[in-house]
Design a protein around this ligand. Structure first.
Ligand code: EPZ
Length: 444
């Protein structure tokens, strides 16, 4: 049963009312910004709460659209989700009565697939939609399915849905991936916590969000240990208990604001930022010539003294953590437009995450796109205001960075993509002196 072929939507989620960012560029950003909790940890933590019927409490959860969608999906399953105050969510999966993740959920958010592991492990069956690709690649889920089968699940694929069941109980085993997969690692780990026996996952993703999830699972009473940098081992338990957890800082938002300071010649302090989670980017900044100072829970960057042409071109290649995150490729490319010389970009993780550079070119960047994985950026290029369209979350935030650095006015369509993963990004930039307004998109 070929379920690796690209999945085509017959369902297109109703688009939110169109919004755009109107930006007046050329202003150096100054001040202090607090980094929000990590989207790519929060979504998995909310799903992990389904491993127990007891109440779980999460703090420092980013107020973003993807969190709202995940809570909606959980609510549709019969999970109790409460939101007592901003940034705080309580989840109790005691009365799940519906084990079906519909196309509508998967269409809105690929991360809904992270529910496969916990629901299968806790309830023994789930029907879940194949989360189609999005603008950064086909993004199949075959490795997730293989991992569940390695833990004893039976999974059939029919008409866009996976019908999964675990006769009796999942059983521990060897989960060996042919390549690193972040959510594949997380789905396997979540399922293994309630499986009967010992599970070894390798190569296990090393992203900080995975370790944040491990910490929460241990607070629930799970036995999960990273026994080597790329190996996670789990001793299954019969049941887990409710727990509390505070979401770690978002390293992608951290990198986004560092680039914002660099390309606007600004001076920023990032509070609640974990410098140790952006080492690859900080090392790149040093090569390019932008000094960054790491504190215990803050990062300081002062680009006020930099003149056009001070920055040096630098080749980049994305890779799984601890390498340069693919999610930081778009912001990094904006930085490289200001560096003297040619920077070669190798987007080695996803196959369609280079094409966004054609939008960046509209703001004056000098870029040759060679193929689905490679481009060359020639700098320094003087960026100017323009009209551009956002195709995905990280490219969207990066077009905002370019518009903030550009001379003149920009109109950036597709603001809803950015709202998925960045908490109040326009308000945060406004508080740093930027002229940016999100408003209804009245473009023809
Ligand atoms: C997670 O996606 C993140 N999303 C992505 O962030 C991030 O870019 C990615 O990891 C890589 O760091 C969330 O955590 C919600 P992968 P994930 O499985 O887990 C291929 C953002 O903007 N693959 O590590 O889906 C895949 O196509 C998002 O926040 C298979 O072939 O990524 C890719 O080429 C974008 N089969 C590579 O592996 C599978 O079953 C790595 O993908 C799974 C993945």
């Amino acid at each position: 049963m070929a379920d690796a072929r690209p999945f085509h939507w017959e369902y297109v989620p109703e688009a939110p009312p169109p919004e755009a960012f109107r930006i007046e560029g050329g202003r150096p950003l100054r001040g202090t910004v607090t980094v929000s909790g990590a989207k790519n940890a929060a979504l998995k933590l909310l799903a992990a709460a389904c491993l127990t019927g007891e109440r779980c409490r999460f703090e420092n959860v980013p107020e973003i659209e993807d969190v709202r969608v995940m809570c909606e999906v959980l609510g549709d399953l019969g999970v109790v989700v409460e939101h007592p105050e901003p940034g705080v969510y309580e989840v109790a999966a005691g009365d799940v009565d519906w084990l079906f993740i519909p196309l509508e959920a998967a269409a809105k958010m690929r991360a809904s697939f992270i529910l496969l592991g916990p629901l299968l492990a806790r309830f023994g069956r789930v029907i879940i939609s194949n989360p189609g690709g999005d603008r950064i690649g086909r993004r199949p889920v075959n490795l997730h399915v293989d991992a569940m089968r390695a833990l004893g699940a039976e999974i059939e694929y029919r008409n866009g849905y996976y019908y999964a069941q675990a006769p009796g109980r999942l059983r521990g085993g060897e989960v060996t991936f042919p390549q690193v997969t972040v959510m594949g690692t997380e789905n396997a780990m979540l399922a293994a916590t309630l499986a009967d026996g010992h599970t070894v996952i390798r190569p296990a993703a090393q992203e900080p969000e995975v370790d944040d999830l491990i910490a929460f699972l241990c607070e629930m009473g799970a036995e999960v240990v990273r026994t080597a940098p790329d190996t996670i081992e789990v001793e299954g338990r019969k049941r887990l208990r409710g727990a509390r957890h505070s979401v770690l800082p978002d390293r992608i938002e951290t990198g986004t604001f560092l680039v914002a300071a660099a390309v606007t010649g600004g001076k920023l302090t990032l509070e609640n930022a974990a410098c140790e989670h952006v080492t690859a980017l900080v090392d790149l900044f040093a090569k390019v010539g932008v000094p960054v100072e790491c504190g215990a829970r803050a990062i300081h960057i002062d680009a006020t003294g930099l003149r056009p042409g001070d920055l040096r071109a630098c080749d980049i290649e994305t890779s799984p953590y601890p390498g340069l995150a693919t999610d930081l490729q778009p912001p990094t490319c904006v930085l490289l437009t200001q560096a003297t010389g040619t920077s070669r970009v190798n987007e080695a993780v996803f196959e369609d995450r280079i094409e966004w550079l054609s939008e960046l070119r509209k703001l004056g960047a000098s870029i040759d796109i060679e193929d689905a994985h490679h481009a060359s950026i020639h700098g320094p290029a003087r960026l100017h205001g323009a009209e551009a369209t956002i195709g995905d979350l990280r490219a969207g935030a990066s077009l905002i960075l370019a518009a903030l650095a550009a001379d003149g006015s920009s109109l950036i369509h597709g603001a809803h993509h950015v709202q998925r993963g960045y908490e109040n990004i326009d308000r945060k930039f406004q508080q740093l002196g930027a002229s940016i307004v999100r408003s209804a998109d009245t473009a023809p």
